[in-house]
Design a protein around this ligand. Sequence first.
Ligand code: HEM
Length: 319
Amino acid sequence: MIKLLFDFIQFLNTVAPLLMALGVLTLLSVLLSKSIKRHAAVYYAVFSIPFALVAIPFVLRLFGIEMFNFNRIPFLGAILRDYIHAGTLGFPLLIIIMYMGALNPKNPYVKKLLSIRKELSILSGFPILTHALIRVTHNFPNALRFFTDNTEYMENARVVNVWGAGISNFSFVLGVLMLALFIPLWITSFDGVRKRMGSVRWKKWQRWSYVLYAMLFVHSLGIQTGGMLNPREERRTPPPAVAGTATAADAAHNRNNRGNAELRQRAGRDERRQSPSFANINVNPQARRYVHIASLFLIFGSYLYLRLGKARRERVRRT
Ligand code: HEM
């Protein structure tokens, strides 16, 4: 029974990781709200460690200094990859912060979340800035080339669909604008800056977060749609840098790999036939993308509905 439940949770986590992460982080935020409020500095310090473990080797590499790759350490590596991808930590945190403004502040759970809104905003910055740092340097220059030198880009890129490439690259360029907006919004979450700004100016600034949320939706949707139009398995393999460099050893290595993959697939099929379980349901990456896109519409659509409803009620109360 416990195994069935565990397999089911794992299955949900594979099919709808964003919704799962959102659920888990919301629960943790409510349960830990008092602790987060009381020991905010400790949480900031803990959240800043993965950021430092990605950022420091990254910056040193720019100066030609190679450092140990922390990604290789089990568990820690998974956290670092999570920070870099933003999908299961930074993204859900931003969604929780976004929803706080749309929900009923009198609800006891919302009250708990509202009491740590500033702290969650600061915490979200560590994974988001890690993601942006890596993506700006790895994806942005190439994305810009799509718009400035499209012929050269299409000749070298491993894509089959030009529309898909356009949508993805537009989303990456949008990411840089998001970063430009995110940094000041993040910095103004800190008490010292907030006090120096004064509450009127600070509140005016915070209205830009609605623009950030809209951009976040487009960024995410664009990346998923672009990925769907250029699925990994259909991407063109780049031509070898020098024709005829493939050796007999390479060919043997490839044959061996193919053989191993077939054996693994056969073993997997046999195992599935033997024990029907959630763990054995294989959901293909395209189907997962559909679920992810549906989750985005569900999350951002419900937010819009709730936020507009709240604004309407506030207007009625004022008149
Ligand atoms: C503050 C700025 C940024 C925020 C808040 C942000 C947010 C996100 C989020 C939430 C995702 C996950 C989307 C999903 O799972 O559907 C994502 C993915 C992605 N973003 Fe960003 N992003 C930012 C900046 C950038 C920049 C500057 C670039 C590149 C130029 C970029 C490139 C990507 C790429 C390639 C992915 C998909 C691969 C991955 O998960 O890492 N992002 N971004």
